[in-house]
Design a protein around this ligand. Structure first.
Ligand code: ISE
Length: 335
């Protein structure tokens, strides 16, 4: 029968997942909705036929009418909720970050490694985006030569004041951390952060934008420009420079218009307002992959090790923001 899911945390992301799971993804049914805000839980459950609210996240994970869990609660709740899913032995799609620090993420790695088979898929949805997949295939084909440099741009239009420089690393740059590991197929060994003059609206004591330099095992370097508050649409681009050419992904498709500008006739393109529009198809593919794998009893896709490695790099990144130093990343043994 259908995979019966609990969705924990129904803010922007969780509400989107719950909707897609109930209306678009095949073989899935949302039975339980949980959110720390009772009103929000009621509102979302009210939009999903057959879904009920469970106010306690651990009770939602334990519920009899739940076969698998999607965790989209704030990152600080992930460690406990993911562990509870592993305790019960049911599959879990955990939104990024897997957890907020390397130590708790590694505990999850160890807990999962002791099970007969992996149960966690981590929400690195860019791995399901057609352009990232194409870029990876191009690199693997060798047609672009040796991959040398990656330039990543990640601009969010706006953010709440609580979205500080640490969260810019753990919640936003974490995607580039995974993209670099995914595209280059090697671990990141050091992180450095440069803090340009802040954009207006940056909260006191915070840095927005930042330039993050990621160095890999093979000595390759990725630059990441991160804005929480660029003021101008959602823009995520990645350019790979290889020894035999370069490739750029992430120019928004959508409507292109031409019209008069200050320098004559200019061409303009529509920009996705948020990550929901930009990555809608990737999120749906991600959910379908999780549901298919959970029903087949074989979880795949970005896994716990990817979540742990990203947490370790981001922990170093947060230290790099604070100290201004280049911070080394060292990973524990892979089980
Ligand atoms: C958000 O949580 C996401 O995961 C988006 O993909 C990212 O672009 C954004 O910066 C994060 O806040």
């Amino acid at each position: 029968g259908d995979l019966r899911l609990a969705v924990l945390g129904v803010g922007m992301m969780g509400a989107f997942h719950a909707d897609r799971l109930s209306r678009v993804v095949r073989g899935a049914r949302v039975t339980v909705i949980n959110d720390a805000r009772a009103e929000q839980a009621e509102k979302i459950a009210g939009q999903i036929p057959g879904a009920r609210v469970e106010p306690d996240p651990l009770a939602a994970i334990a519920a009899e009418d739940v076969d698998a869990v999607v965790i989209a609660s704030p990152g600080r709740f992930h460690a406990e909720q993911v562990a509870a899913c592993l305790d019960r032995g049911i599959p879990v799609l955990a939104e990024k970050p897997l957890t907020t620090d390397a130590e708790s993420a590694y505990r999850i790695v160890q807990q999962e490694a002791a099970l007969p088979s992996p149960l966690i898929q981590v929400g690195f949805m860019r791995r399901f985006d057609t352009e990232y997949v194409q870029l990876r295939e191009l690199i693997m084909s060798g047609d672009i030569g040796e991959p040398l440099l990656l330039h990543c741009v990640h601009r969010n239009p706006a953010a709440r004041p609580e979205f500080d420089s640490s969260m810019m690393i753990t919640d936003s740059v974490v995607h580039e951390v995974d993209v670099v590991r995914f595209l280059l197929g090697e671990e990141i060994t050091a992180v450095q952060v440069i803090k340009p003059a802040p954009t207006p609206g940056t909260p006191d004591g915070q840095s927005d934008p930042m330039l993050v330099l990621l160095t890999t095992e093979g000595g390759r370097v990725a630059t990441v420009e991160i804005f929480a508050r660029s003021g101008a649409g959602y823009q995520v681009r990645t350019e790979l420079v290889g020894s035999a050419g370069s490739a750029l992904i992430g120019l928004d498709r959508g409507m292109i218009t031409t019209g008069p500008g200050t320098a004559g006739v200019q061409r303009s393109e529509a920009i996705a307002p948020t990550f929901i529009e930009r990555f809608a198809t990737a999120y749906t593919t991600e959910l379908q992959r999780f549901v298919d794998a959970a029903r087949a009893g074989r979880i795949d896709g970005p896994g716990t090790w990817d979540g742990y490695a990203a947490a370790a790099v981001c922990e170093a990144g947060v230290a790099a923001v604070r100290t201004g130093e280049r911070v080394q990343v060292s990973l524990q043994a892979r089980p």
